[in-house]
Ligand binder design. Structure first.
Ligand code: GDP
Length: 472
């Protein structure tokens, strides 16, 4: 299968990261890969045998020496002839080599083009191709393990099993439609209903594993807001484990949003540290307050931090603490989790430190929130804060194999489930039940096929592969 039906050309790319390294690899794929590779090494090569050899430019002068490898089609990563030149990892040498293979007829590959060819040649399905990109960019061990499971075909196998089950039920229903002399009700009473019910339950289970996996892959964004000097930067550093944001004693220094990425037990957390939230005449600082509010719109949670040593314990509801602009925002977005964090607990006598609330509190105007006491300096309360953040994300590190899903997978699973449920409803409600159910099951199949790419548009393919790194 080849897009547009044109004969494929030969592509080349530096497959190792930019910069200096012990080894640098040029990878070629396509019908001329072998001829071009063998011209560079001025000899022929046995398939799949690592061979130490010299690399030359088109004029015949030596550029480098290293290992050359040839993988004949179809048993290669892309399914085409693949030739690899593994030389020294210097940018100049690699650029010269790349220029030479291009002079010999190769073209520089687009990002993800090797994986795209592997997909077009049925070496991988879309889920597996995406898993390659996810494995490369995995930000935690659990994410890497889940990506590897998808690459090995676990998620694809689940989808294919659902597809097979849908096909079986559909064939049965369509056969029933073709024999109208039978009582239509027999569909409602048959095993079809119980099979679809089981399928719907399994779909819900996979959706939940996929939703967890998406959190694992994408993480959650949390806005850190609070008055100047409350200790936002210190807290951010304490969570990140190293000094990143600038911590100062002068109020109002963190004027820009600092983005920090930390991993808490495998959960990527994107922390947005905003300018001090204070009703202020200072123009720059006001921009910061507005930015904080804007950031809260996209965030998964809002952390309001205050200096517990300065604030009387009795006045610590959101109404007491938040500036009006943010209070309005919170009131208008009741689903946005709000964490009120009393910082500098180390300065308080221990009996003044509030007990962590497992259940949300409710403020006088009905805002639901959690309250925690922490110390960015001593580390007190940080484990509770981390646990609360994981709870906000709905993230449970149960050790169960998660599916490192993308938004498009979850959308497709949701659509599939809606159609399966609609088919069930149709079957249970009589009139034209068979036709309606069969139609819904067709849609359900189509939604699932989008996941593995058995049914997908060129636009989608372009979007997926263009996000890959070069040489992959
Ligand atoms: P920001 O303006 O909210 O970012 O506050 P900073 O992180 O710059 O902290 C302001 C001051 O409070 C600095 O002097 C910090 O060392 C101090 N501070 C921050 N957190 C704590 C804490 O938990 N305990 C104590 N004792 N001091 C803290």
């Amino acid at each position: 299968m080849e897009s547009g039906g044109e004969a494929p050309d030969t592509i080349a790319a530096i497959a190792t990261p930019p910069g200096q390294g012990g080894i640098g690899i040029i990878r070629l794929s396509g019908p001329s890969a072998r001829k071009i590779g063998e011209t560079i090494i001025t000899r022929s090569l046995a398939p799949r045998v690592a061979t130490l050899t010299r690399f030359h430019d088109v004029g015949g002068s030596q550029l480098d020496e290293g290992i050359a490898l040839f993988f004949p089609q179809p048993n290669s990563f892309t399914g085409e002839d693949v030739f690899e030149l593994q030389g020294h990892g210097g940018p100049v040498v690699l650029d010269l080599l790349l220029a030479s293979v291009c002079k010999l007829g190769a073209r520089i590959a687009r990002p993800g083009e090797f994986s795209e060819r592997a997909y077009l040649n049925d070496k991988l399905d879309l889920v597996q191709a995406e898993a390659i990109a996810d494995l490369i960019s995995a930000s935690s061990e659990q994410a890497a393990r889940s990506a590897l499971a998808s690459l090995s075909g676990d998620f694809s196998a689940t989808i294919n099993n659902f597809l097979a089950e849908l096909t079986r039920v559909r064939v049965y229903i369509e056969a029933a439609i073709d024999f109208p002399e039978e009582d239509v009700d027999f569909l409602a009473e048959s095993e079809v209903v119980s099979e679809l019910t089981t399928l719907s339950t399994s779909l819900a289970n996979v959706r939940s594993r996929a939703a967890q996996g998406r959190v694992l892959r994408d993480g959650i964004s949390v806005v850190l807001a609070g008055k100047p000097n409350a200790g936002k930067s210190s807290l951010l550093n304490a969570l990140a484990g190293e000094e990143r944001a600038i911590v100062t004693h002068v109020a109002g220094t963190t004027r820009d949003i600092v983005r920090e990425h930390v991993i808490i037990d495998g959960l990527p957390l994107h922390l947005l540290d905003t300018a001090g939230m204070r009703e202020t005449e200072d123009f720059v600082e006001r921009i910061g307050v507005e930015r904080a509010q804007a950031a809260s719109v996209e965030a998964d949670a809002l952390l309001w931090i205050y200096d517990a040593a300065e604030q009387p314990a009795a006045a610590s509801t959101p109404e007491d603490l938040l500036p009006p602009i943010l209070l309005q925002h919170v009131l208008a977005h009741p689903a946005l989790p709000l964490l009120i964090v009393a910082n500098k607990a180390d300065l308080l006598a221990s009996h003044l430190i509030e007990v962590r609330q497992a259940q949300p509190l409710q403020s006088p105007s009905g805002i639901r929130y959690h309250r925690l006491a922490v110390s960015a300096v001593s580390g007190t309360g940080l484990p509770d804060l981390k646990a609360r953040l994981k709870a906000v994300a709905g993230f449970q590190n149960t050790g169960e194999q998660l599916i490192l899903a993308r938004r498009r997978h979850i959308d497709a699973l949701e659509r599939c489930q809606q159609h399966v449920d609609a088919a069930l409803n149709a079957l249970q409600s009589g009139q034209l039940a068979g036709e309606l159910a069969a139609e819904d099951l067709r849609y359900a199949q189509r939604a699932l096929s989008e996941i593995t790419g058995a049914f997908s548009s060129d636009d989608l393919l372009g979007e997926i592969f263009s996000s890959f790194c070069i040489g992959k």
